[in-house]
Ligand binder design. Sequence first.
Ligand code: RTP
Ligand code: MG
Length: 132
Amino acid sequence: MIKPDGVRRGLTPEILARIARKGYRVVGLKQMTISRQTAETHYGEHKERPFFGELVDFITGGPVVAIALEGNEAIAGWRAMMGATNPANAAPGTIRADFATTTGENVTHGSDSAESAERELGLFFAADELLA
Ligand code: RTP
Ligand code: MG
């Protein structure tokens, strides 16, 4: 997902270009505004954390671009392309190192396991919005 800060800053084409250059297949692509309820489900694992309210405010605060990617080891590979959660710790050349300065606004999200990818794809896409 391209988070609201990335969309607002006009980074969508840059990020889609990186995905294309990497060689992933985009099987779903949608610009949307996330409801509070969806955001709270999406980030449910963090609901006891002190930053949860801020995180939900942020992710619902403007349109995001939801992207369904397919490719060899795409979950780990996309997380590697994003870099560390805190941009200060992200390796040079990663999206967060190149385009972000704070953990709170770190431009992109990536599912962290096959289980979370399946859950999140179901949250953001209807079956007929995904290519076979
Ligand atoms: P994401 O879920 O957004 O792809 O990021 P991630 O796996 O790298 O990091 P995660 O631990 O899942 O945290 C989710 C998002 O919450 C915000 N966060 N803020 N203030 C803080 O200490 C803090 N820690 C995490 C970040 O925006 C992070 O991407
Ligand atoms: Mg996460």
